[in-house]
Design a protein around this ligand. Structure first.
Ligand code: AHG
Ligand code: MN
Ligand code: MN
Length: 341
């Protein structure tokens, strides 16, 4: 039976348990963690859908560690995800965009460390445009040591044991990987269940779409300027000009890239000398998903998932998407690397 066969729908819960059964030694803890995230995201999805009619929409007045305005839904999503992870006692600490330091959970002996961007694209909340939640899971190295330290969380993306995102769009989608391909589920609101819609999704090798905030054009490196001009040139043989699409919620831009192919870029610029997006809870998890679907993610030179993190909230430039698109932009970056802007 395939996931397209409507005679038997497979829920997220069933799928997770079935996968766990394939590994005789599995303890079921990672499965539980994924189920916790699934449950929290259903609650967040419900609030996102009714945000306009409740008092939850809008600024709460505070700022997060990046000096950005925090909206109430960011905090709601943060609380839901953290308390779901806390309940099952298998996660020892959470690092979240909305919390300056590490958040120690009740289970000091828990073997997992979870990074969260509880609500990505929050500037889009007010205008009813897609937003999402991102998660990234690591094993704790010194797991029998009861002291939970930030240092334990500074692991490169290649060590992720699971990662994924939930997209609150025209429908709510959950995509995750544990390193065996990417599975995608769609929330059926009538029964409140995530239903399997794709079990090994593949990103096209190449796509005629580029996604970047072009407002920063003047401060890009020469190689990037040349690449974007290349995307805009007319050449019917190579399907150019490409289309430009930029939602402003990384999750939504990456989900489109996963389905349709193309490239998403957030480079370094004068305003963001190290890039804007966060390595540990935006770039690594979405790179894991895209790589597992057959795509590629770099910082312009190096593979994102091999970057050695120095700080939990560190930022990085990112070039992510279809392999051929990413390779092409890297060729441009290399060719013009010595040319000043
Ligand atoms: P967040 O809402 O979690 O702070 O993330 C916003 C991010 C990302 O989702 C998006 O791709 C990017 O900011 C958009 O930035 P610009 O407005 O600078 O293009
Ligand atoms: Mn974000
Ligand atoms: Mn966020």
């Amino acid at each position: 039976m395939t996931s397209k066969d409507n005679s038997r729908m497979e829920t997220l819960e069933e799928y997770i348990i079935q996968n766990q059964n394939r590994f005789p030694g599995a303890t079921g803890e990672l499965s539980q963690l994924l189920r916790d995230i699934g449950l929290a995201s259903k609650i967040i999805s419900r609030e996102v859908n009714k945000a306009g009619i409740t008092n939850i929409l809008g600024f709460d007045g505070s700022t997060n560690i990046h000096g950005e305005s925090v909206k109430k839904l960011d905090l709601f999503a943060d609380q839901q995800l953290i308390s779901a992870l806390n309940r099952s006692l298998i996660t020892c600490m959470v690092i979240s965009e909305e919390n300056d330091g590490i958040v120690k959970l009740s289970s000091k002996g828990g073997k997992y460390i979870v990074y969260l961007d509880p609500l990505d694209g929050s500037s889009n909340i007010d205008v009813n445009v897609s937003i999402g939640s991102i998660f990234s899971v690591y094993m704790r190295e010194a797991r029998y040591d009861a002291t939970v330290r930030e240092q334990d969380a500074l692991q490169p993306g290649v060590r992720q044991v699971a990662a994924g995102y939930v997209l609150y769009g025209s429908s709510t989608i959950l995509a995750y990987t544990t390193g065996l391909g990417v599975s995608v589920f769609t929330l059926d609101p009538s029964i409140g269940e995530f239903i399997l819609s794709d079990r090994k999704i593949k990103i096209p090798d190449h796509g005629p779409i580029y996604s970047i905030n072009e407002g920063s054009y003047n401060s890009w490196d020469m190689g990037l300027k040349k690449y974007i001009k290349y995307c805009q040139e007319e050449d019917p043989d190579t399907n150019r000009p490409y289309s430009a699409r930029y939602i402003g919620s990384m999750v939504a831009d990456i989900h489109r890239t996963l389905i349709k192919g193309g490239i998403f870029i957030y480079p370094h610029s004068k305003k963001y000398p190290s890039g804007k997006l966060r390595l540990m809870y935006e770039c690594n998890p979405l790179s894991f998903i895209i790589e597992q679907a057959g795509g590629m993610a770099t910082d312009g030179h190096k593979r994102i998932m091999e970057l050695e993190p120095e700080a939990i909230h560190q930022q990085t430039p990112i070039y992510i998407g279809s392999k051929k698109n990413v390779q092409k932009v890297m060729d441009f970056l290399n060719e013009y690397s010595t040319v000043n802007v």
